[in-house]
Structure formats: structure tokens, C-alpha cells
Design a protein. Sequence first.
Length: 189
Amino acid sequence: MIKQILVGALAGGAIVFVLSAIFNSVRIAGAHPVSLPAETEALPFLRASIPKSGIYFFPGVTSSAGMTKEQKEAWQADYNRRYKEGPTGILVYSTGGKEFSFSSHLIVQFLLGFFAALTLAVILAMTASTTNYGSRVAVAVLMGLFAFAYIEPQYWNWYDFPAKYTIVRVLGGVVTWALAGLAMAGIVH
């Protein structure tokens, strides 16, 4: 059974890796990030304004620890005003200073898919004695649906990610894991 789990995880990881590469190379308008407008003008400002790598929200949030009830209410009213005025967003920011290694990113991407597939392979092995092929495929599809239906829509809900982007990400993830599940359910039995 351990051999089936490992082979299933390798097969699933490879399928997810390839399908993710294909999925990320297809550009659907409104469903993928685009270049920052006026990047040449914006980058010097960002370098001068943001000294540390991190995830930044705007309008900014603050800790309410130590605030009185009145201070919390005043801060919330001010936040609501700034949110309504806009713009709002999230910025994942790196100060740079390192070389981009496409091969390193590919290796990490494969390992992420492999470890997710390994998790799925273990679940399939745990259910193998009580399920048939179709049921194991259904488990794989449901695992993909669970992951993508929970994670991606949170970004739409909280950070205003475009709905089209979110829908494409969810559908792409579910289809990817469904196809990996077709192979994995046949290997892990």
C-alpha cells in the first residue's frame, strides 16, 4: 500500500504540476493579474515609501488593544469613511534584492503539488477497502472542491478580488484535482 500511495502521489503531483502550468499560461481577461499601470513611476515611490517586505492593506487596519470603547468607535467610523472613499486593496510587497530563479520556483511548485497529492493519496488509501474507483474519484473531486471553494472565495470576500478571477481559480483547481483524481484513484486501491 505504501508503494501505491507514493506512486499515486507522484502521478497526482505531476498531473497537477502540468495542468497548473497550462492553466496559468492561458490568459482569460479579468481572470489573471495584470501589470501595474504606470509601473515605471510607481516603483520608485514604493521603494521610498515601503521599507520592509510584507502584506499591506489599504485603508490600513490597526489593533484595538488598549482602546476605549469610544476610541474603537471613532476608529471604526474613520475606517469606514476611508474604505468608502477608496481606493481599497491588498499589496503583497517584496523589497527585492534577490535574483529570480524560475527553476527554484518550479521545484517548489512541484513539491507543493506532490505533498497535496500525498495527502490525497493517504486519504484514498484509508478509504480503499470500502470504496470503488468512482467513489475514490469523487473523494478527489470533493477534496479539490473543498480546498478551492474555501480558500479562493475568501480573497474575493475580504479583499475584493475580482469575481471572475475567483470563479476561474475555483473551477481550475477543481478540474485539476478531478483529473489528478482519475489517475490517483486507479493507482491507490
